[in-house]
Design a protein around this ligand. Structure first.
Ligand code: KG4
Ligand code: ZN
Length: 343
C-alpha cells in the first residue's frame, strides 16, 4: 500500500484555506490539519464579495494558513509528496494568489504541483468523507454554483444541467437583503421560514414545465420583491409574520424546484446508486429533507458530507489533488489561474 501526504491550498472566493491530508490508496483518507480563514467581516458592508479586497486578504493570509497546518500536522514541506492548489474557477486575484503561493512552495521544496478545479474539489468530497464509489450523482448548491454532475472519475464529469442565472445561495442572500435579514441569507431565511406559512404566497417554480435539469432562480427573487412591495403598499410596512411567510414561500419554491430537478437527474442516470450534495445550501434542513425524500423514493443512497467539508475548504482540494496525482497529473510553472473553468 502506498500513502500520499498532500498539502492543499484554496483561495478562489472569500475563504483562505490550507489542509494536509494523508491519502492511502486502499483506505480512508485522514485530515492531519486544516484551517479556513473566512473574510465575511471584510465584505460585510458591501453586500457581496469585493474581488480586490478578497485578493489582498488571500495574499496576506495564505502563507500564515500554510505555516499553521504544517505546524499542526508537525510536518515540514519535506514531509509532503505534492502540493495541490485551486487553479480556478473563481475570482482571479484570489486564484492567482493561491497558485503563486503553491508554485513558490513546490519550487522551493522540489515537490510536484497539481492544479485542481475548485468544482472537482466539491464533486469528489463524498469520496473523502464517505468513501463513495464511482460513478455517482452530485448536486452542487452554493452561493456561486448550482449544477448536477455525473461523476465517473477524478477527470470524468458530465454536467446534466444547472442554473441558467442565479445560484440558489445567491437567491437566499438576495431574499434576506430584500427583507432586511442578516447575511449570509441562507441561515436567516431558513430560521424565519420555519415560523412562516409557505402557502400564503404562490411563488413560481421556474422551469418545472420544461424538460431536463436546468434551473432558473432570478424570477423567484423578482417575485419576492413584488410580494414585499405589494404588502408595503397595502399596509405601510412588513410585520414579523409577513417576513416569515415570505421566507417560507420562497424556501418552499426553492425546495420544490431542487427536488423535482433531482428526481429528473436520477431518472436520467438509472445506473447510479448514490446522490451526494455539497455547497452551503445543502445545509438547509428543509431542502436536505426534500432531497433525502427524493433519494429514498428512487431507492438510492443519499450522502451529505459534514457542513465544514460541504462549504469551501482546502481538504477537498488536497483530496482531489491526491486522486489527480494518482491519475498521473503533474503541473509546472506554466500552470495558470483560470477565472472560468467548466468541468
Ligand atoms: O458553499 P458556500 O459556503 O460558498 C460558496 O458559495 O462557494 O455557500 C454559501 C451559500 C450562501 O449563499 C449562504 O446563504 C448559503 O450558502 N447557505 C444556505 C444555508 N446556509 C448557507 N442557504 C440556505 N439555507 C441554509 N441553511
Ligand atoms: Zn465552492
Amino acid at each position: 500500500s502506498n500513502t500520499l501526504t498532500i498539502l492543499g491550498i484554496e483561495s478562489s472566493c472569500d475563504d483562505t484555506a490550507a489542509a494536509i491530508l494523508r491519502v492511502p490508496d486502499d483506505g480512508a483518507p485522514q485530515i492531519l490539519a486544516q484551517t479556513v480563514q473566512g473574510q465575511g467581516q471584510l465584505h460585510a458592508d458591501f453586500g457581496g464579495v469585493v474581488p480586490e479586497i478578497a485578493a489582498r486578504a488571500h495574499a496576506e493570509k495564505l502563507d500564515i494558513c500554510v505555516a499553521e497546518v504544517l505546524r499542526d500536522a508537525v510536518l515540514g514541506l519535506q514531509g509532503m509528496d505534492a502540493i495541490a492548489v485551486t487553479a480556478g474557477p473563481g475570482l482571479i486575484g484570489g486564484v492567482m494568489s493561491g497558485v503563486m503561493c503553491a508554485k513558490g512552495l513546490a519550487t522551493g521544496a522540489g515537490l510536484p504541483l497539481i492544479g485542481v478545479n475548485h468544482l472537482a474539489g466539491h464533486a469528489l468530497t463524498p469520496r473523502l468523507t464517505d468513501g463513495v464509489a464511482y460513478p455517482y450523482l452530485m448536486l452542487l448548491v452554493s452561493g456561486g454554483h448550482c449544477q448536477f454532475l455525473r461523476v465517473g472519475g477524478p477527470q470524468d464529469f458530465t454536467r446534466l444541467g444547472g442554473t441558467i442565472d442565479d445560484a440558489p445561495g445567491e437567491a437566499f442572500d438576495k431574499t434576506a437583503r430584500l427583507l432586511g435579514l442578516p447575511q449570509p441569507g441562507g441561515p436567516s431565511v431558513e430560521a424565519e421560514a420555519a415560523l412562516g406559512d409557505p402557502a400564503r404566497h404562490a411563488f413560481p417554480r421556474p422551469m418545472l414545465d420544461r424538460p431536463g435539469c436546468d434551473m432558473s432562480f432570478s424570477g423567484l427573487k423578482t417575485a419576492i420583491l413584488r410580494a414585499r412591495d405589494a404588502i408595503v403598499a397595502d399596509k405601510g410596512g412588513l410585520t414579523r409574520q409577513d417576513r416569515r411567510d415570505l421566507c417560507a414561500g420562497f424556501q418552499a419554491a426553492m425546495q420544490d424546484v431542487l427536488a423535482e430537478k433531482t428526481r429528473r437527474a436520477l431518472a436520467a442516470c438509472p445506473d447510479l446508486g448514490v446522490i451526494a450534495v455539497a455547497g452551503g445550501v445543502a445545509a438547509n434542513e428543509a431542502i436536505r429533507g426534500a432531497l433525502m425524500g427524493v433519494a429514498e423514493a428512487a431507492g438510492v443512497r443519499f450522502v451529505a458530507p459534514p457542513l465544514a467539508l460541504c462549504t469551501d475548504n482546502a481538504a477537498m482540494i488536497a483530496y482531489a489533488g491526491a486522486e489527480l496525482y494518482r491519475a498521473g497529473q503533474r503541473d509546472d510553472m506554466t500552470l495558470s489561474a483560470r477565472p472560468r473553468w467548466p468541468l
